[in-house]
Design a binder for this molecule. Structure first.
Ligand code: PAF
Length: 387
């Protein structure tokens, strides 16, 4: 491939790859990892290439598109995968009837500005059972919530996501918060296996009724969609209770149960309040908690959740140098009675620390090592630690 052809790739239509070899070859060329010579791209062109990755099982909806848009904003190259992963379906589940609509999805990716669509076959991904190697997430994170009802599901997700991350090697990977257990589990797997990627959780996108967007909503009749809207209403009731001061899990869970019971076709599988990171059950919510549920409606299984948070909001203000960021931030903090945190001071503190250490400033690995060991404490004007 010559440089012009590569530039056409980078700035043009979505490229569909169905093989690992094709995907890898394209990504290597894009990153300028090929030896130079005969028309191959120069590293300078792609030196700052950042890759954003959105793994999906297709049947794309507005939820997926919000992930793609975010990836588009934050990266040079956007890769979407569509793969209905057999490893994450139990034999009794909907693997065969899971919606598959590649042409439609490809058109959606194209209009969303996706650069690469990776849609391999099951054989190409090498996951025809029995798969020789599996990724085993921590039991404590996958034995509750959906894991209790879908044995093997999260091993299947962890295995395929790890494979996809190895193939794409993205800088950032985007996941919807509707699958909150999946996101927390993947964050842990990535940490534990030192996978060099930032996992970016993205907010749930809802229909106008409040129903969380899901590819499985396609299974619902018009009447069922109206009934399913009660799921969000039930979570909202618990949120209201939480805001009015209720902190007991039992009471908050009961509030959800009570609302759901108003629509008897909605059969709860579980309603649980857990720690947002470890997913361990909580008796009371001190700082924050994940209120998650799964509900059966006819043959369809729907999940949803909300995060109950006691913390004050965090407002980040950014802009070019000299634009008045600090002035605005200080005034907003005063007005809303929030702590004012000057993040610029963190960079200055780190610079001071590195200068003091005497390391060669061009020795990036040593600077990185120092940065990861540097501890910075912020104190409020009253001297109290900022927590
Ligand atoms: O969330 C999904 O669609 C799937 O679980 C994922 C992350 C694409 C893995 O198959």
């Amino acid at each position: 491939m010559n440089r012009c052809a590569l530039e056409a790739f980078l700035g043009g239509l979505v490229r569909l790859f169905t093989t690992v070899a094709g995907l890898r070859c394209f990504l290597n060329l894009s990153r300028g990892q090929q030896p130079q010579g005969d028309g191959l791209p120069e590293p300078t062109m792609t030196g700052l290439l950042t890759v954003g990755f959105v793994p999906t099982m297709g049947a794309l909806h507005a939820g997926h598109l919000s992930l793609i848009q975010r990836a588009r904003r934050e990266n040079k190259l956007v890769v979407v995968s569509i793969f209905v992963n057999p490893l994450q379906f139990a034999p009794t589940e909907d693997l065969d009837r899971y919606p598959r609509m590649l042409e439609r999805d490809r058109a959606l990716c194209e209009s969303a500005g996706v650069d690469v669509l990776f849609a391999p076959t099951v054989a190409e991904m090498g996951v025809i059972p029995p798969t020789p190697t599996r990724v085993q997430p921590p039991k404590s994170m996958i034995s509750g919530l959906c894991g209790a009802f879908r044995p093997g599901h999260f091993e299947g997700v962890a295995t395929i996501v790890t494979k996809l991350l190895n193939l794409v090697q993205p800088d950032r990977a985007y996941f919807g918060q509707k699958d909150a257990q999946q996101v927390a589990m993947i964050q842990q797997v990535v940490r534990d296996l030192n996978v060099p990627v930032e996992i970016v959780p993205c907010p749930i996108v809802r229909e106008s009724t409040g129903l969380a967007m899901s590819s499985r909503n396609q299974y619902l009749s018009a009447e069922e969609k109206i009934q399913a809207a009660t799921i969000y209403q039930s979570l909202s009731k618990a949120e209201q209770l939480f805001r009015s001061g209720e902190r007991l899990s039992d009471t908050l869970v009961q509030a959800v149960k009570f609302e759901l019971a108003k629509v008897p076709v909605l059969q709860p599988e579980y309603i649980e309040l857990v720690d947002t990171k470890t997913l361990e059950p909580l008796e009371t919510v001190t700082d924050e908690g994940l209120l998650a549920l799964a509900v059966r409606l006819g043959n369809t299984r729907l999940i949803d959740n909300c995060v109950l948070r006691d913390r004050k909001p965090i407002i980040a203000i950014d802009g070019p140098a000299g634009a008045g960021k600090s002035t605005v931030a200080r005034r907003v903090a005063t007005e809303l009675e929030l702590f004012y945190l000057d993040t610029g001071a963190m960079y200055r503190a780190l610079t001071w620390f590195v200068l003091q250490s005497g390391v060669d400033l061009n020795d990036e690995p040593s600077v990185a090592e120092l940065a990861s060991q540097c501890e910075i404490d912020f104190q409020t004007n009253t001297g109290a630690p900022l927590v």
